[in-house]
Ligand binder design. Sequence first.
Ligand code: NCD
Length: 320
Amino acid sequence: MALEAATRDVPRVPWTRRHLLGLEELTRDELLAILDTAERFADAERRRKKRANLAGKVVVNLFFEPSTRTRTSFGLAARRLGADVLDFSSAGSSTSKGETFIDTAKNIEAMAVDLMVVRHASSGAPYLLAQHIQCGIINAGDGAHEHPTQGLLDMFTIRQKKGRLEGLTVALVGDILHSRVARSNIHGLLKLGAKVIVCGPPTLVPPAITELGVEMSYSLEQILPRCDVINMLRIQFERQRSGLFPSVAEYARLFAMDGARLRKAKPDLLLLAPGPINRGVEITPEVADGPHSAILQQVANGLAVRMAVLHLLCGQPGEA
Ligand code: NCD
C-alpha cells in the first residue's frame, strides 16, 4: 500500500494530541491510529522515498542519556519526512555549566523548534517540559517510567508477525522494576487485548505491578509453554542498586533465553528484545540471531513507527 494513501487517510479518530508522553494516556483508537499509519509508512519505507510531510518543521533530539537506536531512528524518520533535525547531547553542553533542564529546553525552543524528542534519566522529565514549553514533546524514554515509541514498535512487530494482538499471551521477562519498555508495553498491549505476563526474579518484579492487570511469575520455566511472544528485557545495570540478584551467571541460568528453553516453548514463539542486548545474559547469541528472533525487524519497524508519530503530531495532513 502506498504512503500517498496513508498520508491522506484520516486516522480512525481525528488526531488531536500535541505530545506523545506515554501509552498510559492513549486510547485504544489512538494506539491503532499510530500502528495503522506506521503500517503504510513501513511499505513506503522500503521504497526509501523522501517526503515533505514535515517540510519547514524543526525537530530536536534532546538526549540526556545514551542511545543508539532511538536517537538515530527519530533522526532518520524526521529527515525522511523532510524536517530539519538538530541533535543535542547533554555531554559537552551548558548543562555542565549549571544550566537547568528547563532553561536548556527553553533556549533550544527559542530557535523556532516544532517538536522535541526527549530522553532523560528522571521519570516525568518530558511531562515537566510539556508544562513549560510550547512545542510538541515526544518521550523517548524517561527513567523507569515509559518509552512509548519502543512499546509501539514492539506491538507493531507482534502484529506484523502474528497478524493480531488480541488474544495473544505476551511475556515481558527480566528487569521489570527498572524497565520503561515494560511499562509502555503493558499499557499498550492490555488496551489492544493481549494477555500480559511479567516474569523475573522476585527482586526485579514489583508485586504491585499486578494492579495494572498483568499476571506475575518468578519462573520462566513455568510460563514458557503458554507464551506466543516473549520480550526479553535488558538488566538495567545503570539504574540498579547492587544486590538485586546474586550474580549475572545465576540470572542467566534462570532467565536467559537459550536453545534448551526454546525447545520447551511453542514452535512459533516470537522473541523480541528492545536492545541493547547483553549477549549471554538475557539471550544467548544463537537464539538472538536465530529464526525466532525479530530483534532487527523491530529496529526496522521503529523507523516506520517514529515516522507515523512525527507525522500525526506535526505533519501536514494532505502532504504525501
Ligand atoms: C531501551 C531504553 O533505552 O529504554 N533501549 C531502547 O530504546 N531501544 C531499553 C534498554 O535500554 O534496555
